[in-house]
Ligand binder design. Structure first.
Ligand code: URP
Ligand code: ZN
Ligand code: ZN
Length: 516
């Protein structure tokens, strides 16, 4: 058996196992795991020195060069090159960003536009979810089948933000089509009217400091929308993933639905595990750096509940929700402040773009705070940061695991006795964003090396990204292999496509793959 790369002396970690094994790679794919493999002549050998070898991380929620970030009041600090360089420097080899359908535009037009931005520029492998703003029958049934053919098999929908939000009726239209075609559906759940009312009232009273962003969106804003959208998904029997879940009561309703065996998935992010609303109370306008939606929560005890939900199976994936906006504009002015001339030095939260950078820090923070601090096993880390995202978004087992046939994507981490601690600082990161909300946070271990399809793309010894833009490839994805629709209906109503077939939709039924 020939191979061209051999990773020796590592502990290979998958979502199910930790096993001492050498990994042989040929033409960018894993060909064999075995003990004591000898490298043939000309084969590159990398010594993991007793450290862990995990799959390359998958970040299934990143905003890159998102023009409709302007819908959120933001200009993306990162283009595809800087975002993906930042990704691989944090161990992430596959990223799924968003193609936003502007209102009045087709989903295909959105995908074409975002392809153009990424093609030839990424150093990590990538794909897109479509953010649906027009869920008309014409769009959903006219375009989804062709997008699936192209390997775009997931959508994100919003219950808030004027430029993006869908009504409950439109959300039902999305769920109907998503179930029919087997499309993974991500939901941003916040009650838009609550936010609008609170924002108006706070502004009228001059309560516009950065932390009032949090005041305008208390946890009930998220838990109400989560509960409501869950009901909509139950009516349509459509699997759903709630993104960036942060509110304890949102986890509660998700957990309760999972207990009833609904196909409901949750995503959370490092900032909800590690930061609190206190960050928005930093002096001057500094709190603007911590404004995201849903907001960081005030009560430090809530973070423990997020950890519990992350470790007890409620959370399916951890993503970064990388949404980078620079703090300073090109003239050195603080962004949100420039839109609030002559008023408070604290600015006005209504003009602060929502979102935090984090594609590079997600992996190292989760490894440090999760694995090194003993909150989760290396296998649980892999499940949350690699495998489940690959399964949910149709990239498994090409991505998200280490087995014969998988892409040779790895992160090498040090063994517990050899760890090198450091602190997060923006000058060491590779994003073009001018700050990190994790500045000064302790890191117990940073990747020694990131490998994508058999090539070293990041060298931790020098903190250098060595891959060239264009090495990253578009990932043509299949359908989710996590649990699918259940064929459970609330009364005699069924979607007409099932009535027409005169049978239950067994192809999409749960209890296994929902039709890859
Ligand atoms: O604050 C956030 N999360 N901004 C990014 C947009 C989104 O909804 O994920
Ligand atoms: Zn969102
Ligand atoms: Zn997001």
């Amino acid at each position: 058996l020939q191979f061209d790369l051999l990773i020796k002396n590592g502990i290979v970690v998958t979502a199910s196992d930790e096993v001492r094994a050498d990994v042989a790679v040929k033409d960018g794919k894993v060909v064999m795991l075995a003990l004591g493999l000898e490298a043939p002549e000309g084969c590159r050998v990398i010594d993991a020195e007793g450290g862990y070898v995990t799959p390359g991380l998958v970040d299934s929620h990143v905003h890159v060069a998102q023009s409709a970030a302007k819908a959120l009041g933001a200009k993306s600090a990162d283009d595809w090159t800087s975002a993906s360089r930042s990704a691989v420097a944090g161990g992430c080899t596959s990223m799924i960003a968003f193609a936003v359908q502007n209102r009045g535009e087709s989903m295909q037009a959105a995908v074409d536009a975002y392809h153009q931005l990424a093609t030839g520029n990424a150093v990590a492998d990538y794909s897109f979810h479509v953010i649906v703003t027009d869920p008309s029958k014409e769009q959903m049934h006219g375009e989804l089948p062709s997008l699936i053919e192209q390997g775009i098999t997931s959508i994100k929908i919003y219950s808030t933000y004027p430029a993006l939000k869908l009504s409950d009726e439109q959300i039902l239209e999305c769920f109907y089509a998503a179930r029919q075609y087997g499309v993974t559906t991500m939901v941003h759940a916040e009650n838009s009217d609550m936010i609008a009312w609170m924002t108006r009232d706070l502004a009228a009273r001059g309560m516009t400091a950065p932390w009032n962003h949090g005041t305008s969106r208390p946890p009930i804003v998220e838990s109400e929308a989560t509960n409501r959208v869950l009901a909509l998904s139950e009516l349509m029997d459509c699997p759903v993933l709630f993104v960036h879940v942060s509110a304890p009561d949102a986890f509660k309703v998700i957990r309760e639905a999972q207990t009833r065996a609904m196909s409901v998935f949750a995503e959370t992010c490092p900032h909800y595990l590690l930061l609190t609303g206190k960050e928005m109370r930093a002096p001057g306008f500094e709190g603007a750096k911590a404004c995201c939606a849903p907001p960081l929560r005030e009560n430090p005890a809530d973070r423990e509940l997020v950890w519990n939900s992350t470790c007890n199976g409620t959370v399916t994936v951890v993503s970064s929700d990388h949404a980078p906006t620079n703090f300073y504009d090109e003239n050195g002015k603080q962004l949100g402040l420039t839109k609030n001339p002559g008023k408070s030095p604290r600015g006005d939260f209504r003009y602060i773009p929502n979102g935090l950078p984090g594609v590079e820090t997600r992996g190292p923070l989760m490894w440090s705070e999760g694995v090194c601090k003993g909150r989760m096993s290396p296998s649980k880390f892999v499940e949350l940061n690699c495998t489940n995202a690959a399964k949910l978004y149709g990239m498994y087992p090409q991505k998200g695991t280490i087995q014969p046939g998988s892409d040779a994507d790895f992160v090498i981490w040090r063994s517990p006795t050899a760890r090198k601690t450091s602190k997060v600082t923006v000058s060491n990161l590779h994003s073009a964003c001018d700050y990190t909300p994790f500045e000064g946070h302790d890191i117990e271990d940073w990747p020694v090396m990131t490998i994508l399809r058999g090539e070293v793309v990041y060298d931790g010894a020098t903190n250098n990204v060595v891959a060239k833009p264009g090495y990253g490839q578009f990932l043509k994805r299949g359908k989710s292999v996590l649990s699918g629709p259940r064929n459970k209906w609330l009364n005699e109503w069924r979607p007409s496509y099932l009535d027409a077939a005169g049978e239950e939709d067994t192809q999409n039924a749960s209890g296994g793959a929902n039709g890859k």
